[in-house]
Design a protein around this ligand. Structure first.
Ligand SMILES: [Zn+2]
Length: 169
């Protein structure tokens, strides 16, 4: 049962844009899209394309380490020995004691039962803010490009009531 309190947060367009981005990133982390860390902090600008490619492997390893569970074969003791290493979905933990539950390139769907509702709260806020800023960004008389998802009605995937955003000023 969602609680009854409501809060109003008054922000500038720039603050709204940053909130949108933060909500998107946290939602993407929850579903295992760790590759999005680089773009979120402008990896291209910092390290160029090679910098971006370099972090990818580390992002995948970090994701695999977080989305893992104790190895069933050795009960998490890490006593398995095999050349197979840290692989998905089967194999041995190769002494690590943990096994990945997401494939190296896979991620969960936002609606998946494996994903906490917090991810959907983030996604709903992201899509709400994106929608408002997209419409407010149109020039007088400009028609929105309805092929773009940002002009569609915001999602409501979480258990929370729909949040509201309106332009004042
Ligand atoms: Zn093991």
């Amino acid at each position: 049962m969602p609680r009854a309190e409501r809060y109003t947060l008054t922000v500038t367009a720039e603050q709204a844009r940053v909130l949108q981005k933060a909500c998107e990133l946290l939602a993407r982390l929850h579903i295992g899209q760790f590759d999005e860390i680089g773009p979120a902090v402008n990896a291209f600008e910092i390290g160029g394309r090679t910098g971006h490619e370099h972090y990818r492997e580390t992002a995948t390893e970090l994701r695999q380490a977080i989305f893992s569970k104790p190895c069933e074969r050795c009960g998490g003791k890490g006593s398995c020995t095999s050349d197979e290493g840290f692989r998905f979905p089967c194999g041995f933990c190769n002494g690590g004691g943990r096994r990945p539950i997401l494939s190296p390139t896979g991620s969960y769907g936002i609606a998946s039962e494996e994903v906490p509702d917090e991810a959907r709260v983030c996604w709903d806020l992201y899509s709400l803010i994106r929608h408002r800023l997209a419409w407010d960004g149109l020039e007088e008389g400009e028609k929105p490009n309805r092929m773009l998802v940002c002009y569609d009605d915001p999602t409501r995937l979480s258990k929370e009531p729909q949040a509201k955003i309106e332009r004042n000023g």
